[in-house]
Structures are given as structure tokens and as C-alpha cells.
Write a protein that binds this ligand. Structure first.
Ligand code: SF4
Ligand code: SF4
Length: 204
């Protein structure tokens, strides 16, 4: 049983945030969430739902009900592997995978993602790296990930990284595209243009 299942807290009706459901519904494709019939096909299809703290079906229901605290802090959104199985099978054509991405971006924007949980850290660091250089650098990303999650892994994987470097598979010098300023302008526009209050930064 996943260890995070023991972290539930009691939620009272006064804790709910009805505005949260409206914000998520305002995102592209989010309006279809209201049409969810709670059939559970998404949860039954999802290959990683046994490891989630809330199944995809339940996450949709909780979002509509305004369980903002639980939804944004859930491990479910970070365990989603973006396989799109749920999206393909949903009888109401709800884009659940995109919904997961929206929740990830929102969690990063509000800084409420699970601390030291590798997937969330990697998503944030990946975005920051691409924003700065226009490209991902696997070596740099791995170092940042380990420093922010488990620094001891730097020693554990050091030998492997050295072998990759000796074979020219990873570099030490940052590789960047030209005109990174223009990329930043585009990303800034995507983050702040006509986006709802929900954050758009972060998860790719
Ligand atoms: S498959 Fe679609 S309609 Fe069924 S519970 Fe999941 S999101 Fe709702
Ligand atoms: S896209 Fe995510 S939520 Fe949907 S089936 Fe795949 S892993 Fe599960």
C-alpha cells in the first residue's frame, strides 16, 4: 500500500473551494468535466491507478466538489504517466490527461506539490532549464534533481555519469539555442496572456 495513504486529513464542507472547480473548468477542454458520469472507466483503464492516492475518477469528482487542498497536494497528478489511455476510453471525451497537466501546473504555481517528490521536482527543473537555455541538458537536470531530492544519489550515480561523459553522451557545457530571449517572451506570454488564475508554468 502506498505510504502516502496515511496522510489523509478530515475535510469539512467549509474547507471546500467552489471557485477551484470553476477555474479548472475554464481551462481549455475543462468545461467537459461537468459532464463526467463517474463511470470509472478512466480508473479501470489507468495502469498506475493502484499506486495513486486518488483514482482519476475520484480526482475529477473532488475537483468538481472543490477539494482544492487535497487535489493539488495529491500524488496522483505526479504519478500520471501521460499514457492517454483514460482519454481514449472516456465515454464523455473528457481529456483527463490534459486535466492532470493543468493540475500539475497549478500545483507548481502555488508551490503545493509534494516536497522532495522526484516527479514534481523534475517537472519544475525541466521547465526552468528549457526556459533558460531552450534545450534540456540531461546531466544538469539529473544533478539538480538529486540535489533537491536525495543528494546521496549524486555519489551513487557518479560513476555512471562519468562513463556517459567519457563516451560523449552528456556534456558539461550548457548547450543553448540562439535567441533565448525570444523563447522567454513566448513562454512569458503563454503564462500570463489570457490564462485563468490557474498557473501555467511548469509541467511539460
Ligand atoms: S471515464 Fe470519463 S466519464 Fe467516466 S469517470 Fe472517467 S472522466 Fe468521468
Ligand atoms: S494518462 Fe495518466 S491518468 Fe490517464 S490512464 Fe494514463 S497514467 Fe492514468
Amino acid at each position: 500500500m502506498p505510504e502516502w495513504l496515511g496522510q489523509r486529513r478530515i475535510t469539512y464542507e467549509s474547507d471546500l473551494d467552489p471557485g477551484f472547480a470553476r477555474e479548472i473548468a475554464a481551462l481549455p477542454g475543462g468545461d467537459k468535466l461537468v459532464g463526467c458520469i463517474q463511470c470509472g472507466t478512466c480508473s479501470g483503464t489507468c495502469p498506475v491507478s493502484p499506486y495513486m492516492d486518488y483514482t482519476p475518477r475520484r480526482l475529477v469528482a473532488m475537483t468538481r466538489a472543490g477539494y482544492k487542498y487535497e487535489v493539488l497536494r495529491s500524488f496522483t497528478i505526479w504519478l500520471c504517466s501521460s499514457c492517454y489511455a483514460c482519454t481514449v476510453e472516456c465515454p464523455k471525451q473528457i481529456k483527463i490527461t490534459d486535466f492532470m497537466y493543468a493540475l500539475k501546473r497549478r500545483a507548481i504555481a502555488e508551490k503545493v506539490y509534494p516536497k522532495r517528490f522526484p516527479v514534481a521536482i523534475m517537472a519544475r527543473e525541466f521547465f526552468k532549464m528549457v526556459e533558460k537555455h531552450g534545450r534540456n541538458r540531461e546531466g544538469g537536470l539529473a544533478v539538480r534533481l538529486f540535489l533537491r531530492t536525495n543528494p546521496l544519489k549524486l555519489f551513487y550515480h557518479g560513476g555512471f555519469a562519468l562513463r556517459l561523459w567519457l563516451r560523449g553522451r552528456v556534456g558539461l557545457v550548457p548547450d543553448a539555442i540562439k535567441r533565448t530571449g525570444e523563447l522567454k517572451t513566448i513562454l512569458h506570454a503563454l503564462n500570463h496572456d489570457d490564462a485563468p488564475a490557474a498557473g501555467r508554468r511548469g509541467a511539460a
